[in-house]
Ligand binder design. Structure first.
Ligand code: ADP
Ligand code: MG
Length: 456
């Protein structure tokens, strides 16, 4: 089969399992450069397509390619507008692949760890100014500011921990940057723990430990990002222990971040665990809804575009896990609008995020209302009305909870359907029923039954 033949068979497979709009948007523009049992190289118009396809469709393409070729060809994307279907070179010779982009980062791989040291090449975006403060990060933010005011004295060490994408690196770099701005003649070292481990191993091999030690111990402010990485490097723990002691005794500031609390880092030496707790251990929690909205608004303003009403809220409702994903979602919505040449609306945002949202069964709000109305023997018109008597309020809250669980409608839309209520009412109802499902067997059974009927 020719390259074009292979690709057209693969893309027909894909077409049959996607909605038309999705296929049109993401697959029409692909030109196969090469497609056989060994590899499939696809040319796409720009970086956005490349990243989007890599993130959301790579496994689907691979699966279809396997069905078509009976092998598992490697799939890569190149950026190149209208690529010629085949490179004009003898294709039998090995090593004659068309010029490619540098190898794409594997989909789903974490972004490369920041590994700055004395050169202070911090990300320009990671400043205190651009950091949105909310209840989940207030303590960490305040602590990071405090150590800049009183390094070595306020909290030493400062140990910030929290899940991925919650702002650890952002805070560490913001603090480092502020410290340097205020103390231009001081010495600061900012290093990822991974880099520290690598440098240590290399120094041992080269016999240049003394050099490494002076680099890390003759400083005023030492920042090590992702210190949990030490858990995998036993010999480095010993080295770090002495570095820590030297700096601590000299009252130099130590700042550490980690994905978990000191006691929860597996195989971390006890003496390090206890030292990490000498200063302040502060936790970053996932941001609240209001903080997420503010972050989406800030980021879009910083990138120079305005989101129409409801879009920031929709993104903030849809993406709850962490801030990196929140930013990714915003980028996708913006890219989607640009690529499909459409105005940015709530509808478009929903479409753009469809691939990322956990796919929810196709249930309409009306279905939910109908089931709840018959289970609780209340009138549909009452569920959608303004009355607040208890016999109506509870079933209405059940409706809102199920709509949150089973549909991708926004809080605003759900509130609108059930008597023109605002988003906070829906959030409250959702939360309340979720708690009742755990604590009240009657509610639990009702919610389960309705859910079951709706998914049948
Ligand atoms: P971590 O190091 O905890 O994995 P990062 O510091 O890399 O997370 O943050 C992930 C992304 O989220 C970064 O782009 C960062 O700028 C952004 N971010 C995190 N917290 C905030 C916040 N409070 N306000 C604005 N942006 C934030
Ligand atoms: Mg980080």
């Amino acid at each position: 089969m020719s390259s074009a033949g292979v690709w057209s068979a693969v893309s027909r497979q894909i077409e049959s399992s996607l909605r038309r709009q999705q296929f049109e948007t993401w697959f029409r523009c692909i030109t196969p450069v090469e497609a056989d049992e060994e590899r499939i190289v696809l040319s796409v118009p720009n970086r956005f397509y490349k990243e989007w396809l890599e993130t959301y469709y790579l496994s689907m393409i691979k699966e279809s390619a396997t069905k078509v070729t009976g092998a598992s060809p490697a799939v890569t994307f190149v950026i190149g507008g209208t690529a010629s279907p085949r490179p004009e070179r003898p294709s039998t010779e090995p090593g004659t692949q068309p010029a490619r982009e540098p190898a794409p980062v594997a989909a789903g791989a974490p972004p490369a760890a920041a590994s700055e040291d004395a050169s202070h090449s911090f990300s320009p975006n990671y400043t205190f100014d651009s950091f949105v403060v909310g209840p989940a990060n207030r303590l960490c933010h305040a602590a990071a500011m405090a150590i800049v005011d009183a390094p070595g004295r306020a909290y030493n060490p400062l140990f910030i921990h929290g899940g991925v994408g919650l702002g650890k690196t952002h805070l560490l770099q913001a603090g480092s940057r502020a410290f340097m701005a205020r103390n231009p003649n001081s010495k600061l070292v900012y290093i990822s723990c991974e880099q520290f481990v690598n440098d240590f191993v290399a120094a041992v091999q080269r016999g240049s430990l003394a050099e490494l030690r002076s680099r890390l111990r003759e400083v005023d402010f030492l920042v090590i990002d992702d210190i949990h990485f030490l858990a995998r490097a036993e010999r480095t723990q010993e080295e770090f222990f002495h570095t820590f002691n030297t700096l601590y005794n000299a009252r130099k500031q130590i700042v550490l971040s980690s994905d978990s609390a000191p006691t929860e880092i597996p195989s971390l030496e006890e003496r390090l665990v206890s030292r990490f707790k000498w200063g302040l251990v502060a936790r970053l929690d996932p941001p609240t809804y209001e903080t997420r909205v503010a972050i989406v608004r800030n980021k879009s303003a910083a990138r120079g575009y305005e989101l129409p009403a409801g879009v920031a809220e929709f993104i903030a409702e849809s993406i709850t896990a962490n801030i990196r994903e929140l930013e990714g979602a915003l980028t996708r919505v913006v890219a989607f609008a640009a690529l499909s040449n459409r105005a940015m609306t709530l509808e478009l945002a929903r479409e753009a995020l469809q691939d990322t949202l956990v796919s929810k069964p196709l249930v309409s709000i009306e279905d939910i209302a109908r089931e709840v109305s018959s289970r609780y023997s209340v009138k549909l018109s009452d569920l959608q009305g303004r009355r607040r008597t208890k016999s109506i309020a509870l079933p209405r809250q059940v409706c809102m909870h199920l709509a949150r669980q089973m549909t991708n409608y926004s809080l605003k839309e759900i509130g609108g359907f059930f008597g023109g209520r605002d988003h906070t009412t829906v959030m409250y109802a959702d939360d309340k029923i979720a708690k009742l499902v755990r604590s009240d067997p009657g509610v639990r059974m009702a919610v389960r039954d309705i859910h079951k009927t709706l998914t049948r």
